[in-house]
Design a protein around this ligand. Structure first.
Ligand code: SF4
Length: 347
């Protein structure tokens, strides 16, 4: 557990709340250059595939899901998923990010068959099933986390996205996502995955009514797991998109809060190699500024995004636009692989 009374913890909360924006940016930028002493900014071309929107978790911040038997509920067929992958490959895409709701009607064999189908007919890197889904599978099918992951890996799973992290403080999760994997369990899934050799990303969605100390605790918990398992490749944070959700009354946090939060992440998470800018939620201009606030990666040129966009504002861009934005901010855009190694030629 995180001890909030230590001098280190207090100093980070103090910096988060009181340091000037530019001071935080300068510290985060210095940390970024220590880890990545080059003006290259990476990005990836991938596609978000949400295989089902049927879910029983009822997260209060989610406008994407539909309860079972709702007329708008869906499960994608293997063929539809295959078509989406081929469209992605035609644009030079190298991975799919596949996540879905906690759908109680899908048997475990379906997931294994899906992974095998993709690897056999549309081979690509499969970044899929957030810790909340893995925890749901374990509970639903009476298996340990390790067994679930081993079976998914044997069928073709390559890495795990950091979705569903929100704020890794139990009191906050109890208020907004009570039925989903708790903070300890979410981190446990990640640590088991790392132990099995799976790399994962890690996220934070803030603006759920938590305090600054809650956000810093989230970062400390990530750093603590990373010190043991070293499997987190990248951190990305974004604010709650409250429109059309039960948390609409909380309102939206602003761009300054985003930049301060991302900067703190770069400063605290000295053992997580990459920080991704979230231009999808913050827009391209703030995405550019984020490169001076600790981010060394411009994230994904996503062909499809359904979850955040269901709750309102999201942004899209073309490859030339992405290159221009990165270049105009003073960096060199470089396409990367799913493991964050850079591809030799700028695409
Ligand atoms: S965020 Fe995910 S787990 Fe929560 S309700 Fe939406 S689809 Fe379900």
């Amino acid at each position: 557990m995180v001890d909030r009374s230590t001098a280190e913890f207090k100093s980070y909360v103090d910096a988060y709340e009181r340091a000037s924006l530019l001071e935080l940016g300068a510290q985060a930028d210095a940390a970024r250059w220590r880890l990545h002493p080059s003006s290259q900014v990476s990005y990836i071309i991938d596609r978000n595939i949400n295989y089902t929107n049927v879910c029983v978790a009822d997260c209060k911040f989610c406008a994407f899901y539909r309860r079972p038997r709702h007329l708008e509920g869906y499960v994608l067929s293997f063929e539809e998923i295959g078509r989406k992958i081929e469209e992605l490959k035609a644009l030079g895409g190298v991975q799919i990010l596949m996540q879905g709701g906690h759908n109680p009607y899908i048997p475990f064999e379906w997931y294994l068959d899906l992974l095998r189908y993709i690897k056999r007919h549309h081979p690509i890197h499969i970044h899929a099933f957030s810790p909340s889904e893995v925890d749901f599978f374990a509970g639903r099918f009476g298996m340990s986390i390790e067994t679930v992951l081993r079976e998914l890996m044997a069928a073709g799973l390559d890495s795990i996205p950091g979705g569903g992290g929100e704020i890794l403080v139990q009191e906050i999760r109890d208020r907004v996502a009570k039925k989903k994997a708790g903070a300890d369990r979410w981190l446990e899934v990640m640590e088991v995955a790392h132990g099995l050799g799976l790399k994962t990303s890690v996220t934070m969605m803030y603006g759920l009514g938590e305090t600054s100390a809650d956000r810093i605790e989230h970062l400390f918990r990530v750093r603590e797991v990373q010190a043991r398992s070293n499997g987190f490749t990248a951190f990305i944070c974004w604010p709650l998109q409250p429109e059309h959700t039960a948390l609409e009354y909380l309102g939206k946090t602003d761009a300054v809060t985003y930049l301060r939060t991302q900067a703190m992440a770069r400063i605290v998470l000295d053992n997580v190699p990459n920080i991704q800018a979230s231009w999808v939620t913050m827009g391209p201009k703030i995405g550019q500024v984020a490169l001076r606030f600790g981010a060394n990666d411009f994230g994904s040129l996503m062909m499809e995004e359904n979850v955040v966009s269901a709750a309102g504002t999201t942004w899209r861009m073309t490859l030339p636009e992405m290159h221009r934005l990165i270049s105009d901010a003073g960096y060199q855009p470089v396409k990367r692989r799913q493991d964050y190694t850079l591809l030799p030629e700028a695409a």
